[in-house]
Design a protein around this ligand. Structure first.
Ligand SMILES: *Cc1c(COP(=O)(O)O)cnc(C)c1O
Length: 378
């Protein structure tokens, strides 16, 4: 579809992988499990595929879809979000410097500290929404600025265009973890970012039943080629079935996001007025830090929020035990509402407030969710 850029995201989510299948007319893409593909007599591969790890038709369909949704020229699917993140940092050279956010997905922070400091990357953790702090952290060897917005678990908002500008002035790339916003709500490449990373385990898969990750690139340059090499030779690739499940999830992504956003907005408004709640972190609430930037760079404020219960960790945990509809579990982006006490998950090194609970608003009826929260907070 050469005019992908001009289509609405609902249309792309249904068509951008170019179904129906030319051979059979099947309206949904077939699941190709073959590990190897026949060579022609001149030793070329007429179908463009040679071996499953380097590429296969089901993964290629998912990658076409992801590139179209994010408005990139290339997309690479990985076995998990963390494998996608690993690929981006591995594409840098030892000795390069990275600027990363203080508030971010905990696994990203741990990966940088545990794996990539030992691998020779210099890393500065900064308060990413504070542009002066980002600028001050730039070094002559800075090659990448990592943005996550909204961030986990405090829903901090970073101005993607402004950070991309700082990165480019410094001769560095800007990568954005777009897992929480999804391309339905936020398009980092259009705002100037060079790379988008996803955990497709979350909203893109959308049904809490598949693990996956992806990197989408704005230009097809030497860095993108390195990412391709890491994907093929590092081998952290998703199975065809996992690709098929993510692609299946994406078909309904734009409509699911409407429900997630409707429910999160209702829940945030309810909690913000509740006497047992100290503070709500949700970019959709007026007066929040980052509210104006979110209103400008996001179509809607998203399906994730967190809040602090008046009292200590025990008071917060007690609320989770009284809930019936919210499952106490990690992760996000599925049809079921989830609640999590992040400080318990993150352990003693966490910066997360002890009384904070994070909610992934599911697709249940908002009145039922609010009634459940009302009885648990009473
Ligand atoms: C879940 C998540 C990841 C990690 O993805 P996995 O698929 O679990 O490896 C990275 N970033 C964010 C924001 C996430 O929510």
């Amino acid at each position: 579809m050469p005019d992908d850029q001009m289509r609405h995201i609902e249309t792309l989510a249904v068509h951008a992988d170019h179904t129906p299948d030319g051979q059979t007319g099947a309206v949904m893409p077939p699941l190709h499990l073959a590990t190897t593909f026949e060579r022609a007599t001149d030793e070329t591969y007429p179908g463009g595929f040679s071996y499953i790890r380097s590429g296969n038709p089901t993964r290629a369909a998912l990658e076409r879809m992801l590139a179209a949704l994010e408005g990139g020229v290339a997309a690479l699917a990985f076995a998990s979000g963390m494998a996608a993140t690993t690929a981006i940092f591995q594409a840098l050279d030892p000795g390069d410097h990275v600027i990363a956010p203080l508030d971010a997905y905990y696994g990203t922070t741990v990966q940088l500290r545990e794996m990539f400091m030992r691998w020779g990357l210099g890393i500065s953790f900064v308060d990413m929404p504070d542009l002066a702090a980002v600028q001050a952290a730039v070094q002559p060897n800075t090659r990448l600025i990592w943005v996550e917005t909204p961030s986990n678990p405090l829903l901090r908002i970073t101005d993607i265009a402004a950070v991309a500008h700082i990165a480019h002035e410094a001769g560095a790339r800007c990568a954005c973890d777009n897992t929480w916003a999804t391309p339905v709500l936020q398009r980092p490449l259009a705002l100037g970012a060079d790379l988008v990373m996803h955990s497709t385990t979350k909203y893109l898969g959308g049904h809490s039943d598949v693990l996956g990750g992806a990197v989408i690139a704005r230009t097809d340059d030497a860095f993108t080629q390195r990412l391709r090499d890491i994907q093929a030779h590092g081998g952290a690739v998703p199975s065809p079935f996992d690709c098929w499940l993510v692609l299946r999830g994406i078909r309904t992504l734009p409509y699911r996001m409407r429900g997630h956003c409707d429910n999160a907005e209702r829940i945030a408004a309810f909690l913000a007025d509740h006497p047992a709640v100290e503070v709500v972190h949700y970019p959709g609430l007026a007066g929040q830090p980052g509210h104006q930037i979110a209103a400008h760079q996001m179509a809607r404020p998203g399906g994730m929020l967190s809040f602090q219960v008046r009292g200590d960790a025990e008071a917060a945990l007690a609320v989770t035990r009284r809930l019936h509809l919210f499952t106490r579990a990690t992760s996000l982006g599925g049809p079921e509402s989830l609640i999590e006490h992040r400080a318990s998950v993150e352990g003693p090194t966490t910066h997360t407030p002890a009384n904070l609970l994070r909610i992934s608003a599911g697709l249940e009826h908002p009145d039922d969710l609010i009634a459940d929260l009302a009885q648990a907070l009473a």
